[in-house]
Design a protein around this ligand. Sequence first.
Ligand SMILES: NC(=O)c1ccc[n+]([C@@H]2O[C@H](COP(=O)([O-])OP(=O)(O)OC[C@H]3O[C@@H](n4cnc5c(N)ncnc54)[C@H](OP(=O)(O)O)[C@@H]3O)[C@@H](O)[C@H]2O)c1
Length: 276
Amino acid sequence: MPQNLQDTTTLHNGVKMPWFGLGVFKVQEGSEVVESVKAALRNGYKSIDTAAVYRNEEGVGQGIKEAGVPREKLFITTKVWNSDQGYESTLQAFETSMEKLGLEYLDLYLIHWPVAGKYKETWKALEKLYKDGKVRAIGVSNFHVHHLKDLMADAEIKPMVNQVEYHPHLAQTELLEFCKAEGIQMEAWSPLKQGELLSEPTIVEIAEKHKKSTAQVILRWDLQNEVITIPKSVKEHRIIENADIFDFELSADDMDRLNSLNKNERVGPDPDNFDF
Ligand SMILES: NC(=O)c1ccc[n+]([C@@H]2O[C@H](COP(=O)([O-])OP(=O)(O)OC[C@H]3O[C@@H](n4cnc5c(N)ncnc54)[C@H](OP(=O)(O)O)[C@@H]3O)[C@@H](O)[C@H]2O)c1
């Protein structure tokens, strides 16, 4: 179990990735994203998750620069958007993201969604970027087991990470087991179900018992299930609260109760049925 906010998991290529990070989906370009990145880094976060489609990579880069944390201490993720998928277009999209971020190298580059007929070519571009030393790890997002199997059938390099929607209403047990067996690190997006899970009665009860918030219980559940988590907040007190989860432990009974909340319910689209 990670003991603090800086603790890392080792990806299958040996690169160390923090168990905990800040997400910046729907955080506005400009001062909002600059300030939330700075607040996170000021409070010990090392990992930031953005994407080309969030249109805030410049602000993420500015926040990193202004925070003054040495580059090698940070772990920065961005993602190639669906309309840029394909070999050459992905290489170009990567350069655009890097210019916006103002970084010399990236820590993790992800295929944002499994665009049918495109993701294998996109993966070849990620393999090239990895082999060229421009990115330290490569992975996918929103891939079901069948997408992963299909990708791996032709891939030279196995994805190191699969970032998917994951929270107590969407426990993804089959996918998690598959990823663990394959050495692919799972990472949770919308871990708080975008706030919808914060008043769930069972979680409230467990939180009261531990004198923690419901957000903290959910994020601790991620880590105890060996899933990286990247909650988003633009409020410094919540950025601090969300990361304050290393001083308590959910019991086996708490974990069973949280696991039993699963109802395969998503806040985002199903990767088998998206139209963007
Ligand atoms: N790969 C993908 O397709 C994909 C899709 C979606 C998201 N993501 C990534 O995953 C990250 C997290 O997911 P998300 O942003 O969708 O949702 P989330 O982290 O589940 O929830 C964020 C929401 O919860 C609120 N919140 C955060 N901490 C709280 C706390 N302690 N108490 C009460 N409310 C709290 C935030 O509001 P305030 O900001 O006002 O605090 C915001 O409205 C994203 O930012 C993004 O980096 C990836």
